[in-house]
Ligand binder design. Structure first.
Ligand SMILES: *Cc1c(COP(=O)(O)O)cnc(C)c1O
Length: 224
C-alpha cells in the first residue's frame, strides 16, 4: 500500500465504524474535495479507486477537468456560484451542483440551461444560521425546495447540502446537522435522496446524524 492508500483506508475505517453505529444507509458516498490539491494528487486518489471529486471555484474546476479529461471522474461543484459564472459552469456539465443557495440562483441556472441538458443540484441550507455561510435559512428551506421543484423544470433537485456549525462545541455542530437532516427527511417524499454533510473535522458526527454524502478535503489530501 502506498501512503495515499494507507491514509484512505484509515478514513474508510472511521467512516465504516460510524456508519455501523447508525446503519441508516448502506452506502455513504465520498466526494474528495480537491480545492487545495493538484491534478497529480487527484490522480493518486483515482488510482486507488476514488471517482467523485469536488471543487469550489469554476475556474479551478475547469482546469482540473481539462487536465484530467482522460479519466472517468465525476465532478461536483461545492462553492459559491456568482451569476456571471453560471454559463461557464454549465459548459462543464458537472455531475452535481451542491451549492445552490437561493431560489434566485436556482431560477438563474434554470434559465441558462441549454439543449435540455438538465442540471442536478442540491439546495444548500445554512442550518447553523451563520452570517459567513451561504445557504437558505432552515425555516424557509422546504418552501424554497418546493418552489424550485415546481418552477425550474431544467433542474433535478436531488436533496440538500449543509456545512456544520463553525464551533468547537460538538453539541452545536450536532444541532446544525440534525436541523439539516430533519429537513431532508421531510423532503424525501419529494424525491430528496442526498443529504450532503460532513467534512474532515466532523464527518463521523455527520454520519451519526444521517449524512449519506461526505465532502472530504484535507483529511484525504494533506500531510500524505
Ligand atoms: C473545502 C470544503 C470542504 C472540505 O473541507 P475539509 O475540511 O478540507 O474536508 C467541504 N465542503 C465545502 C463546501 C468546502 O468548501
Amino acid at each position: 500500500m502506498n501512503s495515499y492508500e494507507k491514509n484512505f483506508d484509515k478514513v474508510l475505517q472511521r467512516i465504516e465504524k460510524a456508519r455501523i453505529q447508525t446503519s441508516e444507509y448502506s452506502i455513504i458516498k465520498i466526494v474528495a474535495v480537491s480545492k487545495y490539491s493538484t491534478s497529480e494528487d487527484v490522480k493518486k486518489l483515482y488510482q486507488i479507486g476514488q471517482r467523485a471529486f469536488g471543487e469550489n471555484r469554476v475556474q479551478d474546476l475547469k482546469q482540473k477537468m481539462s487536465e484530467l479529461e482522460t479519466l472517468p471522474l465525476e465532478w461536483h461543484f461545492i462553492g459559491r456560484l456568482q451569476k456571471n459564472k453560471i454559463n461557464h459552469l454549465l459548459e462543464l456539465s458537472p455531475t452535481l451542483v451542491q451549492s445552490c443557495d437561493s431560489y434566485e440562483l436556482a431560477a438563474a441556472i434554470n434559465k441558462r440551461v441549454k439543449n435540455d441538458k438538465k442540471v442536478s443540484i442540491l439546495l444548500q441550507i445554512n442550518s447553523a444560521k451563520e452570517e459567513s455561510k451561504a445557504g437558505v435559512m432552515p425555516e424557509a428551506a422546504e418552501e424554497i425546495y418546493h418552489q424550485i421543484k415546481e418552477e425550474c423544470p431544467n433542474l433535478i433537485l436531488k436533496g440538500v447540502m449543509s456545512i456544520g456549525a463553525h464551533s468547537d462545541n460538538q453539541k452545536e455542530i450536532q444541532k446544525s446537522f440534525e436541523a439539516t437532516y430533519k429537513i431532508f427527511e421531510d423532503l424525501k417524499p419529494l424525491g430528496a435522496k442526498i443529504c450532503s454533510m460532513g467534512m474532515s473535522n466532523d464527518f463521523e458526527l455527520a454520519i451519526k446524524c444521517g449524512s449519506n454524502m461526505l465532502r472530504l478535503g484535507s483529511i484525504l489530501f494533506k500531510n500524505i
